[in-house]
Write a protein that binds this ligand. Structure first.
Ligand SMILES: [Zn+2]
Length: 202
């Protein structure tokens, strides 16, 4: 699968096909460049799902991840977690947000993942060229100026991705709600090479 386009950020060309994840991405018709129609995108996804469902066989799994691992990662479109980590359907929980930040809501998901669905390991993945390196906490002020209300959430912007991974690992390790905090590892995914670089904990 061709999921990593090194020229993506230079050309501004939308990278297609990653959104459907694993098995149907290749079957999504690639439209000509610049032809993405905002109103038609969801229709395209629904059409892809019809093909997916037509070929789908009930895997007969329950909801407990086979590898007993939860992966927390940035929502970045260039990061295909299943392809990059050799994951298959049913293997893991994937929890994603802007930056792959360990927010209270991520702790909520991890707590349910561990206590109700049997995961033991946590893998944190940030990446090179993250959008959160390009903004600051001033974004909250900008929003307040525009809409008259300051968001309750922190932007969680960062300047040093390695340090942000260390902080995320620390937040997981020190959470009182989690059952398993001994196997928590953090990585930076290079969007140009597809390689992971492990970050040593603080
Ligand atoms: Zn990112």
């Amino acid at each position: 699968m061709t999921l990593f386009f090194p020229t993506h950020s230079e050309t501004g060309t939308p990278v297609t096909s990653t959104v459907m994840g694993m098995t149907t991405s290749a079957s999504v018709p690639v439209e000509s460049e610049g032809a993405i129609d905002v109103g038609a995108v969801t229709d395209r996804l629904v059409e892809a799902n019809e093909r997916y469902a037509a070929a789908f066989a009930d895997p007969g799994m329950d909801a407990r991840p086979v590898l007993e691992v939860a992966v927390v990662a940035c929502m970045d479109a260039r990061l295909d977690l299943h392809a990059a980590l050799g994951l298959k359907l049913g293997d893991c929980h994937t929890i994603r947000n802007a930056g792959g930040v360990v927010t209270d809501d991520v702790i909520r998901s991890l707590t349910i993942s561990q206590r109700k669905l049997g995961t033991r390991s946590v893998v944190l993945i940030h990446h090179t060229g993250c959008g959160l390196e390009a903004i600051t906490e001033d974004f909250r002020t900008e929003l307040e100026m525009e809409v008259g209300q300051r968001p309750a959430w922190a932007v969680e912007a960062f300047r040093d991705v390695d340090q942000d991974v260390r902080q995320s690992m620390q937040r997981v390790r020190t959470s009182p709600f989690l059952l398993h905090t001994d196997d928590v590892r953090g990585f930076v995914f290079d969007v140009r090479t597809g390689a992971l670089r492990e970050i040593a904990p603080a």
